[in-house]
Design a protein around this ligand. Structure first.
Ligand SMILES: NC(=O)c1ccc[n+]([C@@H]2O[C@H](COP(=O)([O-])OP(=O)(O)OC[C@H]3O[C@@H](n4cnc5c(N)ncnc54)[C@H](O)[C@@H]3O)[C@@H](O)[C@H]2O)c1
Length: 198
């Protein structure tokens, strides 16, 4: 395992990281665009500033765009691959208290399909899918639900009756990144304890 510092909103960082992977490993077959931000919370479209809006989109949308832009040529050279973009349940719903966040995740959902169709039509053997977590107890989830009262209220909206864990999302990503999902592209895997089915 190897970790490298990487600001996913920065084009230069993507060039450096992908070049280094290709030089070191000789190939790239899987890429998960997972980095994201959600704050400040709450922020409605009436209170959100242009700076906050642009920062959200630069990380949550531009980061995913750059990952695909630089990941796809490397995957082409490697004989194919699979890209997974982390969107959110927010891509399907109005998010009044997270206005830029919801917009950013809607963009990731749509852009994923564009990359999937473009790669499929061009015969690249590269698949691209999105995962849509519900409420997961990571630092981001804890930031949006900062106290017991907010958590109890949120729990009542989850049919399965508990919050998700990072592992719940990781297993979905594992499926989409692996060859087991060879016939799956341009789709949305919702992992949310049933919230989106209500
Ligand atoms: N936690 C949830 O309830 C939830 C729900 C739906 C979707 N998501 C999505 O899942 C993904 C992971 O979120 P999480 O819950 O683990 O959040 P988190 O805040 O716990 O972790 C996000 C990580 O992204 C990194 N990051 C932020 N900006 C970055 C940048 N520009 N370059 C590189 N790294 C950067 C942070 O350092 C952090 O390690 C995000 O895309 C998030 O929007 C989370």
């Amino acid at each position: 395992m190897r970790f490298e510092e990487h600001d996913t909103a920065r084009e230069e960082d993507w060039k450096r990281i992908i070049d280094a992977v290709m030089a070191r490993e000789g190939r790239l077959n899987g890429l998960v665009n997972n980095a994201g931000i959600a704050g400040p919370f709450p922020s409605t479209f009436e209170t959100e500033t242009v700076e906050q809006w642009q920062r959200m989109l630069s990380i949550n949308v531009q980061g995913v765009f750059l990952g695909c832009k630089y990941g796809v040529p490397a995957m082409k050279q490697s004989g194919g691959g699979s890209i997974v973009n982390t969107s959110s349940l927010a891509a399907f719903l109005g998010t009044p208290a997270l206005s830029a966040y919801g917009a950013s995740k809607g963009a990731v959902r749509q852009f994923t399909k564009t990359v999937a169709m473009d790669c499929a039509r061009k015969g690249y053997r590269i698949r691209c899918n999105s995962v849509h977590p519900g409420i997961i107890m990571t630092p981001m989830g804890q930031g949006i639900l900062p106290n017991d009262k907010a958590r109890e209220r949120a729990l009542r909206t989850i049919p399965i009756g508990e919050f998700g864990t990072p592992e719940d999302i990781a297993y979905g990503i594992l499926y989409l990144i692996s060859d087991e999902s060879r016939f799956v592209t341009g789709t949305e895997l919702v992992i949310d304890g049933g919230m989106n089915a209500i």
